[in-house]
Design a protein around this ligand. Structure first.
Ligand code: 5RP
Length: 235
């Protein structure tokens, strides 16, 4: 069932590409939901110039389908980035990195004008943190960074043993968090020496959510500004 929902979310993402011209590059994330998206891109013959990939795994799959790969340097700013999430809250803040691709995902997402998150309803939560928060660390800093993480968060960082990221680094998964202020925690964790980045996507959350539910697809958009600083037109 979950896989069917992932597939539905991935197919729905094709509609988000309809306004693109055939010379556009798009950003492509990582994971099982994105794998369905890559397959759909190929099987539906969507015309794009190429893709900037967020992982070796996605690059391999894109290449296998004959979809041209581009570097971020060559592609420049991207109109859209399509990716899944491990958790997403109602403000479209996310935890990502279950597949360990968080750093490249964050880089490609940062280059995109629009982040479209595709996931099944099981990923939507009121408060982030039940899914252990992945953090990519430089190998020599792993234990030192873990100590700092405990001090900062009170959570329990566990080494994802045997896993090496595409960048040659290690992953710590922080268990036991209740994340009440995602942008603040994202910023604070990134100040710890040796942390490359963490899997909170709050400073750059999703702009569009395509949520596959048992009752059908739902699409939501995040307002461009927080409600407190919305522009109020003159009367
Ligand atoms: C990989 C990610 C994925 O987007 C996330 O883990 C969701 O994966 P899936 O689509 O397999 O549930 O962040 O680093």
């Amino acid at each position: 069932m979950t896989d069917e929902l992932k597939k539905a979310a991935a197919l729905a993402a094709l509609a988000e590409l309809e306004t693109l011209t055939p010379d556009s590059f798009i950003g492509v994330g990582t994971g099982s939901t994105v794998n369905h998206f890559i397959d759909a891109l190929a099987s539906r013959g969507v015309r794009i110039r190429g893709a900037v990939s967020s992982s070796e795994a996605s690059s391999k799959r894109l290449a296998a389908h004959g979809i041209p790969l581009a570097s971020l340097d060559d592609a420049g700013e991207l109109p859209v980035y399509i990716d899944g999430a491990d958790e997403i809250d109602h403000g479209f803040n996310m935890i990502k990195g279950g597949g360990g691709a968080l750093t490249r995902e964050k880089i490609v997402a940062a280059a995109a004008r629009r982040f479209v998150c595709i996931c099944d309803e099981g990923k939507q939560v009121a408060t982030l943190g039940r899914f252990p928060l992945p953090v990519e660390v430089i190998p020599m800093a792993r234990i030192q960074a873990a100590r700092e993480i405990v001090r900062l968060t009170g959570g329990e960082p566990r080494w994802r043993e045997g896993f090496v990221t595409d960048n040659g680094n290690h992953i710590l998964d922080i268990h036991g968090l209740v994340i009440t202020d995602p942008p603040a925690l994202e910023t604070a964790l990134n100040q710890i020496a040796g942390i490359v980045t963490n899997g909170l996507f709050a400073r750059r959350g999703a702009d569009v959510l395509l949520l596959a539910t048992a009752a059908g697809m739902r699409r939501g958009e995040r307002p461009p500004f927080p409600a407190s600083i919305q522009f109020i037109p003159d009367p």
